[in-house]
Design a protein around this ligand. Structure first.
Ligand code: NAP
Ligand code: HSE
Length: 434
């Protein structure tokens, strides 16, 4: 039977949950035209200590409850929206909802990046949908484009700026000459960085998102533990300035490549050409750049977080599910990981490298350094030297593409040279797939 009135339950009324509530209200009149049915928010899960705050947000007629089972087991409710965050309780609620035959929408990247397979398999077993557009890059449509619009491609590369906090910090360091601590303090003051910014600045938030992106783009499961992860805490203004002078911009990049020898998946600071479309993605904006054999290059840009941008992605999923329920075609698109591709370690990946070092300023130094690189098949593409202190020079080199294992062997030998006083920075540089 086609249902004409559909009902949803919302688990969590924080930043994103409040946005979802607002969009239900804002779209009330339009639902019937967009999905061919009425769609109502029936119940919201709120902790007892937050009930008073919730009553100030939510209009009468929507039930506020602290009993999660009364939502996921409510026979009238067709769709559950999980926006509490965290892994254990959120997972318990989602599994219970799916097992009760309800489709689920979540923005919970922490959970999807670890337990995505189990959740998708449970959805399939119950003929339900499990959608998570908001879990990657907030308001930017990217999961659905990868799964549906770009299904006619073999995708070979997905790279993105998928953390707004770190992009804000790097933008301030690049364009406004702030140092890392100043930029982080401003990000905190403006509400971009959380009180504990570790997950953002150490790259963990971006790693969760790139694991999800890689799984979908390459049809092969990638989990958080597979992602090589480095954050931005060691970046300095000096490196940002040298990179700029040499034609590059430093960004925190989530990168996934599907190569002939396996999947590369990593998050780390990276020099990208200042002419690359991602180089001009500034402030807290996110963007995802995709390469496919048919579409060529495509880029998706927008707000990666925030109350309404994130709720926008959630409502898109909710309305999609509502349409599927309305037309009796649930679970059309479920897990798309039908391959089991190997995942490469960072040692097995190819990169160019930016190196800043202090060395003696005397004849023969450069040729000694070049010889170490040459002995390990590392070719130098760009070079700058500045005289620093007396008898010492600061050198900045950018290499050609080389296997990380060979590069590391060269660096070990270089650091052991008596003429090399300090290696101040090593940062990976974007190069075409090889
Ligand atoms: P938030 O502001 O901290 O909201 C979470 C809400 O869930 C809080 O109101 C919290 O209640 C409630 N909650 C937690 N445990 C609960 C429980 N056991 N029972 C009832 N309510 C519970 O977080 P958020 O920023 O909205 O993020 C929610 C999810 O969206 C997370 O998975 C996050 O990673 C994801 N996400 C967020 C954004 C963003 O821009 N914020 C973007 C993309 C994805 P209390 O108020 O009582 O603590
Ligand atoms: N903390 C994230 C960011 C937003 O800074 O992009 C939530 O995904």
């Amino acid at each position: 039977m086609e249902k004409k009135i559909l009902k949803a339950g919302l688990l969590g009324l924080g930043t994103v949950g409040t946005g979802v509530y607002k969009l239900f209200e804002a779209q009330k009149e339009e639902m019937i035209h967009k999905i061919g049915a009425e769609l109502e928010l029936k119940k919201i899960l709120v902790r007892p200590q937050s009930m008073e705050r919730a009553k100030g947000i939510v209009r009468e007629g929507i039930e506020l409850t602290s009993d999660w089972r009364s939502i996921v087991e409510d026979e009238e409710i067709d769709i559950i929206i999980e926006v509490m965050g965290g892994t254990e309780f959120a997972k318990e609620c989602i599994l219970a909802a799916l097992n009760a035959g309800k489709s689920v929408v979540t923005s919970n990247k922490d959970l999807v990046a670890i337990d995505g397979k189990e959740l998708l398999d449970t959805a399939a077993a119950n003929n339900c949908d499990f959608l998570f557009e908001a879990a990657v890059a907030g308001g930017i449509p990217i999961i659905r484009p990868l799964k549906q619009c770009l299904a006619g491609n073999h995708l070979t590369e997905v790279m993105g700026i998928i953390n707004g906090t770190t992009n804000f910090i790097l933008t301030k360091m690049t364009l406004e000459d702030m140092d890392y601590q100043e930029a982080l303090a401003l990000a905190t003051e403006l509400g971009y960085a959380e009180a504990d910014p570790t997950a953002d600045v150490e790259g963990i938030d971006a790693a969760r998102k790139v694991a999800i992106l890689a799984s979908i783009a390459f049809n092969s499961r990638v989990v958080l533990g597979d992602v090589y992860t480095e954050g931005i805490t060691r970046l300095t203004k000096a490196d940002i300035e040298y990179a700029k002078e040499m034609g590059w911009t430093i960004k925190l990049i989530g990168m996934a490549r599907n190569t002939e020898t396996g999947i590369e998946v990593r998050v780390h600071p990276m020099l990208i050409p200042s002419t690359h479309p991602l180089a001009s993605v500034n402030d807290s904006f996110n963007a995802v750049f995709v390469h496919g054999d048919a579409v060529d290059d495509a880029m998706f840009y927008g707000r990666g977080a925030g109350e309404l941008p994130t709720a926008s992605a959630i409502m898109g999923d909710v309305m999609d599910i509502a349409r599927d329920i309305r037309f009796n075609c649930k679970a059309r698109i479920n897990c798309t990981c039908y391959k089991q591709l190997p995942i490469k370690t960072i040692d097995e990946c190819n990169n160019s490298y930016y190196i800043r070092l202090m060395a003696d300023n005397q004849p023969g130094v450069l040729s000694n350094i070049a010889k170490v690189f040459g002995d390990h098949n590392v070719s130098i593409a760009q070079f700058i030297q500045r005289n620093a202190e007396e008898y010492q020079a600061e050198m900045v080199l950018i290499t050609e593409n080389v296997l990380e294992k060979d590069f590391n062997a060269a660096m070990e030998q270089l650091k052991a040279l008596s003429i090399v006083k300090d290696v101040s920075a090593v940062i990976r540089v974007y190069g075409k797939n090889s």
